[in-house]
Design a protein around this ligand. Structure first.
Ligand SMILES: Cc1cc2nc3c(=O)[nH]c(=O)nc-3n(C[C@H](O)[C@H](O)[C@H](O)COP(=O)(O)O)c2cc1C
Length: 363
């Protein structure tokens, strides 16, 4: 039975263990310009003991931005900033994948030149995003009703994903991960609750999956299938989605990715964000649909990891919040030592406090 401490062979490279770091937005890029910083480099380098780090979501274009100070991968300065990070992680023996992000309707007019965001349909997201208030502090703000993308606009966004992939390669990443989860643009196309189109991009499962799969094909074309992973979150409630056929869509996407022999499938389980717990039946079907590397994430402990790895339903486990608070999480899990407590009020924005000041056991 594979264990968290075992190495794993992916199509593009091997990892030293199966404790991966889940993508987590921390809103600390340099402003203006959304440029990755030296502090971000320190944060990721502290966590280089992960089998694979998946970075925070990084916008593929200015339009893809939805929160204050998230980093981008569409300018030369951003590529140079990420390059310093990938070099530092590699120097520590780590591996790092960039998460490619377009938020769609989960945005604010301050990031969109005063206009609304874009989505599959003009269906509002009734939640909020995070912007900078007049006093410089972070505040939550409602998202405007998005504008439905025209068919003619879609190739431009596909091209943004392609260019972002080329940029990620030149920034030295080991892979890219397409963010198809958590209610952002690609899942807004997948979900019947946000996609009410009556053209070839709406209606049936095939049609709703069309745009996300066009993105996958462009990203694969810009690199190769082995260096591309995709994250999906069937049944997630995050982002205002309520998917009646989310599991079916998840299995459809998984089998399409299997056909394309993608580097991995990353399952973002819904129960960390008010969604239901995934049942084992879905895990079994997902394993049948995708026979490459599956990463599972969401509320994992050592015990839950062992159960899912033992059953063969996943090959690696991505940890989110535990990795924020424990830079040496793999070491702690392997040795069954206590974990630091997360300080949730310091997750987003700010500087080193609550970011790079969590102690490792060796400190
Ligand atoms: C602060 C925070 C930021 C997150 N940002 C992202 C993100 O940028 N991209 C993404 O796919 N998921 C994001 N997630 C979801 C995590 O990757 C992960 O799936 C979730 O935290 C559940 O794992 P955990 O229980 O180990 O924390 C975020 C979660 C948290 C807590």
């Amino acid at each position: 039975m594979p264990a968290l401490r075992d190495s794993l062979t992916l199509p593009a490279f091997s990892t030293t263990n199966r404790v991966f770091m889940a993508p987590m937005t921390r809103m600390r890029s340099a402003q203006p310009g959304d440029v990755p910083t030296d502090l971000m480099s320190e944060y990721y380098t502290q966590r280089a003991g992960a089998g694979l780090i998946v970075t925070e979501g990084s916008q593929i274009s200015p339009q893809g931005k939805g929160y204050f100070a998230t980093p981008g991968i569409h300018t030369d300065e951003q590529i140079a900033g990420w390059r310093r990070i990938t070099d530092a992680v590699h120097d520590k023996g780590g591996k790092i994948a960039l998460q490619l992000w377009h938020v769609g309707r989960v945005t604010h007019s301050v990031f969109q030149g005063g206009g609304p965001g874009v989505s599959a349909s003009a269906v509002p997201f009734r939640g909020t995003t995070t912007i900078q208030g007049l006093d410089g502090e972070l505040v939550t703000a409602p998202c405007p009703t998005p504008r439905a993308l025209t068919v003619e606009e879609l190739p431009g966004i596909v091209e943004d994903y392609r260019r972002a992939t080329v940029n990620a390669r030149s920034a030295g990443f080991d892979m890219v991960e397409i963010h198809g989860a958590n209610g952002y643009l690609l899942q807004q196309f997948m979900s019947a609750s946000s996609n009410q189109r009556d053209d070839e991009y709406g209606g049936s499962i095939d049609n709703r999956a069309r745009f996300p799969l066009e993105v996958v094909d462009a990203v694969v074309d810009a690199w190769d299938a082995a260096h591309v992973g995709m994250r999906i979150s069937p049944m997630i409630k995050f982002g205002g989605l309520d998917d009646s056929d989310g599991l079916e869509m998840g299995l459809h996407i998984a089998s399409e990715l299997n056909r394309r022999e993608l580097g991995y499938l990353h399952l973002c389980e819904p129960d960390w964000a008010d969604g239901p717990e995934l049942d084992d039946d879905f895990r079994i079907k997902l394993r049948e649909a995708f026979n490459g590397v599956i990463i599972a994430a969401g509320n994992y402990t050592a015990t839950k990891s062992a159960r899912v790895l033992d059953a063969g339903w996943a090959d690696a486990i991505a940890f989110g919040r535990p990795f924020i608070a424990n830079p040496d999480l793999p070491h702690r899990l392997f040795n069954d030592t206590p974990l630091n407590e997360l300080r949730p009020e310091l997750i987003y924005g700010g500087g080193a406090t609550g970011y790079t000041d969590y102690p490792a056991l060796t400190d």
